[in-house]
Design a protein around this ligand. Structure first.
Ligand SMILES: Nc1ncnc2c1ncn2[C@@H]1O[C@H](COP(=O)(O)OP(=O)(O)OP(=O)(O)O)[C@@H](O)[C@H]1O
Length: 494
């Protein structure tokens, strides 16, 4: 039975320019109450910009916006909130030096009185419990001490908390990008429950399976315009990829078909892990990576994968007991906001910073060499910018992530450590980067790749599954299945 719900949002002819860049070229979009709309498109297609306009954090150059049939005058983030519009942006907005409860209070100024801290703590914890049971976050945790996945969970939960203002629309801009498969599933299940209660959601993700399985309708954006708008059931993965443009939908299988015998080439990394003593798991004693291998690190987020990468990174420049690293190392940070991007620098400077010795002419960095390196990588992985000397923050989130790739792959490092590096990278670029990683591995580079996406583990020659800071499974490419990874990630002791 089809139920016609009242229209909640209407955007008409929205245009937005950033200098010479046309981010939005006249976008129309409508959304009903209780509808879940999937919004997809390549990096830089204009999705986040459109959502900023809907959330009142950016103003359109042209066009109209109506919410609940009313065209608001002087639209602003405060007015959006009053009208029931909430947004979880890619670049998380929590105050790092405040606790989880204090961040909830910042969002809800109506929580006053001397018990405000307790009330705010209860409010956010109840919502975290509802969305992410077993989340392990305390109201008194300082946000800057939380890993990126947990920060994302707090940000999502906060968007759904209610005090004196209603929640009618929640915009989720890549909310699962830092969450492992289990936690993403919890969020998507919750999203379906609130949709059933009449709340609307706009869900942006580059994981097309999530969009196809959870949204009622899908809008595809390309180069600042909408190019497709249909019920989710009208699409499959290939037709979505086709609508997004310039991608070969079947490249994935070609990239995955490569296999390699272990251990014939020289050793690059050997890391002995401390034995787990909390549980009687079958613990794998050491991780090894050889020249030319792509090694996957799997398991639920926060179970020691990032720490292992950071330990290998430290061991490359100093002495760390139990860890041997036999070649130079570069790291692609996963938390680009705090660890990856130099926000005051240009795109070219951000790419070149890991290759300074090669870019030097005499005592100084040669601008020409820096420019050439940046142009080479702009073209190789399609960084969408009119000028590599623009500030890095002028790029969309996914394009900033590509810069971090370019920095590592453009360097002379023989070992590349990747901390869930594909966050926010669109499906076309992902396939290109997979092929690039494979080509670089064939040239003798070694990759240690922590990923929260099971599909990406299929790109690896060998996968170690982590749980509670220990390796609990050691899988060859042929043994790897999603089920085995999930089983090992959750298996109880005994
Ligand atoms: N503050 C800014 N200054 C200059 N250009 C910007 C700014 N914000 C966005 N842009 C440009 O606008 C275009 C659209 O970017 P937007 O972030 O909306 O893309 P997106 O579809 O959300 O991409 P992604 O999937 O990578 O997040 C891009 O070309 C981007 O470089």
């Amino acid at each position: 039975m089809t139920v016609t719900c009242p229209e909640l949002v209407r955007l008409d002819g929205i245009e937005k320019h950033f200098g010479a860049v046309r981010a939005l070229g006249g976008v129309d979009l409508a959304l009903a109450s209780g509808e879940c709309l999937g919004l997809v498109g390549h990096n830089g297609a204009g999705k986040s910009t459109l959502m900023h306009i809907l959330a009142g954090t950016a103003a359109a150059d042209r066009g109209h916006l109506a919410i609940g049939g009313v065209k608001p005058v002087g639209y602003s983030p405060d007015l959006a909130k009053e009208l029931g519009v909430r947004c979880v942006f890619q670049e998380l907005s929590l105050c790092p030096n405040l606790t989880v409860a204090e961040n909830a209070r910042v969002f809800h100024p109506s929580l006053t009185g001397f018990a405000w801290r307790r009330k705010a703590g209860r409010l956010i914890l109840d919502k975290l419990d509802a969305i992410f049971p077993g989340h392990g976050i305390a109201a008194s945790d300082l946000v800057e001490d939380l890993p990126i996945g947990r920060r994302q969970m707090v940000e999502v939960a906060r968007a759904f908390t209610v005090t004196d203002q209603p929640v009618r629309l929640v915009i989720l801009d890549e909310p699962t990008s830092s969450l492992d498969a289990h936690t993403s599933g919890q969020l998507l299940g919750f999203m379906r429950r609130v949709i059933a209660e009449g709340v609307s959601c706009i869900f942006i993700s580059h994981v097309l399976g999530e969009v196809l399985a959870n949204c009622d309708r899908i809008v595809v954006m390309r180069d600042g315009r909408t190019v497709a708008d249909a019920p989710a059931t009208a699409f499959d993965r290939d037709s979505l990829v086709g609508a997004m443009g310039d991608v070969e939908a079947h490249m994935r299988d070609a990239a995955a078909s490569h296999g390699q015998a272990r251990g014939r080439s020289p050793l690059r990394v050997r890391a002995r892990l401390k034995r787990q003593n909390r549980a009687q798991d079958p613990v794998v004693q050491e991780l090894v990576a050889h020249e030319g291998e792509v090694i996957g690190l799997a398991g639920l987020a926060g179970h020691g994968q990032t720490e292992l990468l950071l330990t290998v990174f430290a061991a490359a420049t100093g002495t760390v007991s139990g860890v041997e690293v036999m070649a130079s190392v570069a790291l692609v940070a996963g938390d680009r906001q705090s660890d990856g991007v130099f926000p005051l620098w240009s795109i070219a400077e951000n790419i070149g910073v890991r290759s300074l010795s090669r870019l030097r002419r005499g005592l100084l960095i040669s601008p020409a060499r820096e420019h050439a390196l940046a142009m080479e990588w702009r073209d190789r992985i399609g960084i969408r910018t009119p000028d590599v000397h623009n500030n890095i923050l002028s790029l969309s989130g996914g394009n900033q992530q590509k810069v971090l790739f370019a920095r590592a792959l453009g360097s002379d490092a023989r070992i590349v450590l990747m901390d869930d590096p594909m966050r926010g990278v669109d499906v076309g670029t992902k396939l290109e980067v997979y092929a690039l990683i494979r080509a670089e591995a064939d040239n003798g580079r070694t990759f240690l790749w922590y990923t929260t996406e099971t599909d990406e583990l299929k790109q690896c020659d060998h996968v170690y599954v982590f749980r509670n800071d220990a390796i609990v499974a050691d899988l060859t490419r042929d043994e790897l299945t999603e089920q085995k990874v999930i089983q090992s990630s959750f298996a109880e002791a005994g």
